[in-house]
Design a protein. Sequence first.
Length: 347
Amino acid sequence: MKSAMRAAIPAAALAALTFGQCALAQSSAQLYGDVDAFVGAKKALGAKTAFVLGNGGATASFWGIKGTEDLGAGYQAIFELESYFSVQNGTYGRFAGDGFFSRNAWVGVNAPWGRLVAGQIGPLYWNATIFYNPFFNSFVFSPAVIHTYVAVNGQGVGGGGGEWSNTVTYNSALVGGLQINAQYAFGGAAGQPGQNKWAGQLVYRNSNLSANVTYQQIKFNNAPGDFAATAPGFSTQSAVQAGASYEVGPVKLYGQYQYVSNAIASGGYHVNFGQLGAAIRLGLGSVLVSDGYSKSGGARGEMRNTWSAGYDYPLSKRTTVYGAVLGDHASRLSSGYTVGAGIRTLF
């Protein structure tokens, strides 16, 4: 009896190990993120110079967990949880009151017909803004991000540069280089079914060319954190952006155009924005240059011009050092600038 038990125990262990390996082959989870810090000097528009050890000169620091489970027949269950943190003081979030998983928190399914997810999700308009400028998603050095999401004189796009809460997003399968994406965010306010955000996007990609057209509309009325909170009488903002990038030899060219229309009881107005940029490989690194210009029309007439130049140098596949300078000019405000150097590592 004891001999039979001794023989059965290794057999059971082997069966458990085999089952575990099978399960692992059908599902996975991954820990990842980046840590980015820079030192420099910053003078915001209309303010005084401050010397800073800042977070996210190239990309905001964050960590995340994502996973998949194979459901068979070409279907996968998927999830993603991502949290921002400030590398200079160790606090979570981008600002006081930011949620723990404020970067992304969603669950959904991959299928032969595309992807459908629900939760807190990055806006399609945000993705359009960051992928078609050489400074990507930098709130410190990217003119495109600053003009779109760091508003002065009533310019900029509402809905937040961060993720949309209470959101459903559909991404179609890629067919012939084309993809269609759609997004809807519920307002969640009782008695206000029309308070929502929605967006649609058409994307084209091939080996050298990438282009997109994205439309976004928001109808949140004085919701905290939204554009409407600083615009009394706000009812609707509509924004459309077209962007493209093209790579030829050592040069990658970027261009964007954006039109934003604001419906406000005291008098609506619109804003035109354009950005041109380039990433030029030089040695092992790249020279980055970008210039963005915004001009308000309708009931307003403000302008803003922001330029930026920098250099990225890879120390390895995961770690990059960088330096950049930015100049900022806007109507009725003293000029601003940022100069800094930093290091970014992925994990």
